[in-house]
Design a protein around this ligand. Structure first.
Ligand code: NAD
Length: 458
């Protein structure tokens, strides 16, 4: 699409919103059911696209993308009516007789910019929220997940009303053109640098943004821990999707005296999960492209590799790799890894993990494995992170009642379940006053008596 086509599309979509097409609840529900049909009638196409883009196994494709989208649709359909109803609030004495309430209203025409690592989920999940809240939406899937972008551009118009939901495929040029247009909300998932570009462009139109960014998510592992379970959960959440998960544990912090025991336990799990020949194991994914493979391979130069380290940039393969005590100034520790390399940082005592974590930008996720409830309380109270999970990896994502989003450099805003509905909703505050009485106390001429009464009432 060129710049004129994009500008025309956005203005047409704005007109379509104004005409009220997406406001009725039945219409929203109908379109969500259509979206569900799109999934159920094309399940194998999604698996194929995800396999081609990221080497995802069917199990991972279902459990981390397809199944999530379908259950998010079901969750919205179940709760949407309640979410969309006006909420009464009390009215203070001074305003009586009156009734007050908050009416949820769609924001309008919204732009959703998706990322490549979970290319279906990260594009469709915000779309579900936007649809439930009654918005018109334009979605821009990530061009790096080529097959998934094509599939969404092909299927969505077949199932959804083209007047109210539209797909724009493309890369920087198309996104830049989209960002020149006025939207009522922009929902962006991706890296920090582009997040700033999005926010700058949004500022031109005073458009609110949700930024779902990333960063280095720490994983603190106490020696008082269920070792086998912790190792399994760490390995699962790190090497799922070959480490290309925004909430994957980026690095481990562990006591020096316990580090080798933990590393050995994690290696055992890698072996259990993927066997001796990881390269040919269908359950282990691929890096999205050669550029990212080369970036990850470069992180391994001059590192103390405790396990793995093999890579093949042409095959986009990087083995599950553990690096012990990397140089804090190295690229591996300065950048979000977003790949299958797990640094293990050692500290003298586990409480030293807290200042270490706090010395870095606020992460998207923080993980803590411990059986010590005092230490657990201390970590919860004295660290800042978008989200936290205790004694597991990314499982918190599976609870639609937990809003998901970052804080500080890891993002602005949140979604999932009701939080997603709220993100795409304006709560209009409404007060209705009775007219059968109208005391003159608030009207001039102001007298001492009126002031005295007002002081009492306010
Ligand atoms: P990406 O390259 O797919 O970019 C994201 C989107 O931004 C794409 O749609 C792309 O077209 C667009 N884009 C790229 N350059 C642009 C530019 N110059 N101007 C305008 N738009 C542009 O994804 P990425 O940035 O490589 O994603 C990786 C990052 O995303 C990681 O930091 C990861 O942690 C984060 N992430 C966060 C979440 C989350 O839910 N918080 C989920 C996935 C990924």
């Amino acid at each position: 699409m060129d710049s004129v086509e994009i500008a025309t599309l956005v203005s047409t979509m704005r007109e379509n919103f104004e005409s009220g097409l997406t406001r009725p609840l039945e219409k929203r529900a109908n379109q969500l059911k259509q979206l569900k049909r799109m999934f159920t009638e094309n399940e194998s196409k999604f698996y194929l696209a995800l396999e081609k883009d990221l080497g995802k196994s069917e199990y991972e494709a279902f459990s981390t993308e397809f199944g999530f989208c379908v259950s998010e649709i079901d969750h919205s359909l179940k709760h949407m009516e309640k979410w969309a109803s006006a909420e009464r609030v009390s009215s203070p004495l001074f305003t009586q007789p009156a009734s007050s309430y908050r009416v949820p209203q769609p924001l309008g025409t919204v732009l959703i910019i998706g990322a490549w690592n979970y290319p279906i989920l990260l594009t469709i999940s915000p779309l579900i929220a936007a649809m439930s809240a009654g918005n018109v939406a334009i979605i821009k899937p990530s061009e790096l997940a080529v097959e998934c972008s094509k599939l969404l551009a092909d299927l969505l118009p077949q199932y959804l009303d083209k007047k109210t939901y539209s797909v724009v495929e493309g890369a920087v040029d198309e996104t830049t053109e989209l960002l020149k247009c006025k939207f009522d909300h922009i929902f962006y998932t991706g890296g920090e640098a582009v997040g700033k570009i999005v926010m700058r462009a949004a500022a031109e139109h005073l458009t609110p943004v949700t930024l779902e960014l990333g960063g280095k998510s720490p994983c603190i592992v106490d020696s008082k821990v269920s070792l086998d379970t912790a190792a399994a959960r760490i390995a699962w959440s790190k090497w799922m999707n070959a480490g290309q998960t925004c909430v994957a544990p980026d690095y481990i912090v562990v006591e020096e005296a316990f580090a080798d025991t933990l590393i050995k336990a994690i290696i055992r799990k890698i072996d259990d999960f993927y066997g001796a020949n990881i390269r040919t194991n269908k359950d282990y994914g691929r890096i999205v492209n050669k550029r990212h493979s080369a970036r990850l391979a470069s992180y391994l130069a001059n590192q103390n590799i405790a396990f793995g380290g093999e890579y093949d940039e042409n095959e986009r393969f990087i083995a599950p790799t553990i690096v012990k005590n990397p140089d804090p100034a190295s690229d591996l520790m300065q950048n979000e890894i977003f790949g299958p390399i797990l640094p293990v940082i050692t500290v003298e005592k586990i409480s030293d993990a807290i200042p270490l974590v706090n010395s870095r930008a606020h992460p998207l996720a923080l993980y803590l494995y411990t059986k010590d409830s005092d230490f657990e309380k201390e970590v919860v109270a004295s660290t800042t992170a978008g989200n936290m999970c205790i004694n597991d990896g990314i499982m918190f994502m599976a609870n639609p009642n937990l809003p998901f989003g970052g804080v500080g450099n890891s993002g602005i805003g949140s979604y999932h379940g009701k939080a997603g509905f709220d993100t795409f909703t304006h709560y209009k505050s409404v007060m209705k006053r009775a007219t059968f009485i109208d005391p003159s106390i608030r009207y001039p001429p102001y007298t001492d008596f009126k002031l005295k009464m007002t002081r009492k009432l306010l």
